[in-house]
Write a protein of this length. Sequence first.
Length: 528
Amino acid sequence: MAYYKDLREHIDVLEADGKLVRIKREINKDTELMPLVRWQLRGLPEEERKAFLFSNVVDAKGKRYDIPVLVASHAASKAVYALGMMCPEDKIVEKWTDAQLHPVPPRIVADGPVHEEVHRGEHLLEHGGLEEFPVPISTPGFDNAPYLTCANWITKDPDTGIRNMGNYRAMLKSPTRTGLSAHVPKHLRAHWEKCRKRGKPLPAAIVIGAMPAIGFTAATRLLGGIDELAVAGGIAGEPVELVKCKTVDIEVPATAEIVIEGEVPTDYMEREAPFGEFTGYMGRESLAMCFNVTCITHRKNPIYNAFISQFCPSESSKLQVIGNEAALYKFLRYDCGLPVLDVAFPDICASNRAYCVIKMKKENPLQAWQALHNAVGIDPSRKFVIAVDDDIDPRDFESVTWAMAYRVQPHRDVRTVEQLRVTLDPSVTPPSEGEGHAAPGAPSGSALLIDATRKWDYPPVSLPRKEFMERARQIWEEEGLPALNPRQPWYGYSLGYWTEENDEEAELAIRGEYKQTGEKLARQRIQM
């Protein structure tokens, strides 16, 4: 099968694979919809989590919508993410890396399904403008409005014309106006700053409900100057077809469900939020950009697509974990030329940005520090960054803690980096002082870098050698004992500090000849 041409093909595959739940009963989008999806993230193991499609949606005032709402279709779990990538779970990073190294530029076409209905000018509000769409409240009881969450914003660099696509939430403020939460150092914010200096607004378009590669790339932090739509084409293995917007100089996916066109003013800002955040706390209000709608286009009978974010684990955190692992791996290994083998952002305890583990097979002592500093340099929101050896599982806290316990001396192997521009972290500044996004002198954050790699040869790992563990597992399975899920390390291996004599004595022991060693030691007895 070729890559998905649109969201609808993706939904068909999710359902065929048993990864879609259809909810046909009446659901209130403002109080019931997101809490229902939230329960699987707070009450089910990851392998049981699925996408949800709501077909009978109303709002708090009783308004009924003909438009269904799809939630968690991108990353309810790693298995759901892999379906969107059209590859096995263990090939996701490989496919992501190839897409970044070999992007496929998009192709402009004359027309597409996203232009089946067009609302602009005097017809902009004929279906209610933004109120046409059943936008849910993400954190009922705390959020101050419905927010677009699977909002894939496309803008162009005013200097180079290169497109950028990023996922930023948008607070609904009126039928023709939203907020826009894109703070420094986001690429869209950089485009806005350039337009502000020129005294003109920033043209933009919001894409909702496209092929999954669009959401994957929009939610991933890639290097600046890259056309994310070309990276999405790399994932798809073919060009993404684009159509020109009706009122702004932007190109958007031709098969998207909904596109909202408009401009971001550069001569004023408005308060935005509170909104539930990945940190596990409500994000406080701050000054943010606005977006004025000039045109809405959509397919006939469109599907509204939303991400579920807030407390981790969530769809948003899973999206960011997988994509950012792949992006940082590619950056460290290919752009920095470091011997990095894997990168992990554990998607638990709201740590999907703050906690990062880099697995590497270092060739000299400085490479661990190069990797640690580069990881923070490209994204200052990484608070705890740990380098480990190639025998450590970076996704297993127990394995990483073992490395930190016995391969680290804090006075030598731990460094603090200060003066980092960090947003949304409630530990940086009291909530009463706001987020500090726009203030030039806003409080800075810091990062803890830990080199948990071995600094010299170690004795072997104190577990039975591999062949004995494998034989024992065979017996285990023959006895019908519970299924095993091996954790690294699960067998002993040499780490360089081991003598031939040590080997000989161990071999004698497994042959039942340990008394020979005892006799030898008796001959080597030292009188005291």
